[in-house]
Design a protein around this ligand. Structure first.
Ligand SMILES: Cc1cc2nc3c(=O)[nH]c(=O)nc-3n(C[C@H](O)[C@H](O)[C@H](O)COP(=O)(O)O)c2cc1C
Length: 194
């Protein structure tokens, strides 16, 4: 142990007005904080409200023109590791998450990352698609992924989760495992040396 508290950000990839991603993100944060010495922060793409990518230059050039791009870059740069929480939409991951990824460049490279997907079958197609993109941009992915199966009976009539804690509790072990992998990667890389 380094004695330095790793900072893990959970990116909530769903940005719909009625959704369950925010509930899942909050519960996953609780599991990670309870099982590791990491400090967890939620980066909710609905709250952050990035417009459709409007930077004049590609992110690889590292010159962000807009305040919202610089603020997003600072939020990601402030994390030592990231959990990408993604629903499955039509066999892939949501445009909101791809848009947020495309805003940045260097911030992703070498960043320890883990994928938690969810959907009626756990969102495996979203997870696979996202893994390909994250590997392409240089995120250092954990071996452990988690796929949360959301049953129809988990939803209230308002399409929220009646008991988000119970849904996440069904998957506590892999969430703890990926959090431990992220912390180990952070410590191995000495990302907080400064
Ligand atoms: C545009 C759209 C497409 C969807 N496609 C899938 C799908 O391919 N597979 C699946 O299991 N669920 C699918 N669903 C159901 C979602 O898993 C479910 O609505 C989930 O609550 C979405 O996460 P969110 O509420 O955080 O946005 C889809 C939902 C939406 C809105």
């Amino acid at each position: 142990m380094t004695g330095i508290r790793p900072r893990i950000a959970i990116i909530v990839g769903s940005a719909r007005p009625v959704r369950i991603g925010d509930q899942l993100g909050a519960e996953i944060a609780r599991v990670v904080e309870a099982s590791s010495d990491a400090g967890v922060r939620t980066l909710d793409l609905r709250e952050i409200g990035l417009p459709m990518l409007d930077e004049p230059l590609m992110a690889a050039l590292g010159q962000y023109a807009h305040a919202h791009a610089r603020a997003w870059a600072a939020q990601v740069a402030d994390a030592d590791a990231v959990i990408f929480l993604t629903p499955q939409y039509n066999g892939g991951y949501p445009a909101s998450l791809k848009n947020a990824i495309d805003y940045l460049g260097a911030e992703w490279r070498g960043l320890p990352g883990a994928i938690v997907s969810y959907g009626g079958r756990g969102g495996p197609l979203a997870a696979d698609q996202l893994a390909g993109v994250l590997q392409f941009i240089g995120v250092d992915l954990t071996e452990t992924q988690t796929q949360l199966v959301i049953e129809r009976t988990d939803y209230t009539p308002e399409w929220r989760l009646g008991d988000a804690e119970a849904v996440v509790q069904r998957n506590t072990a892999p969430i703890e495992a990926l959090a431990a992998e992220l912390v180990a990667k952070v410590e191995a890389a000495g990302r907080r040396a400064a």
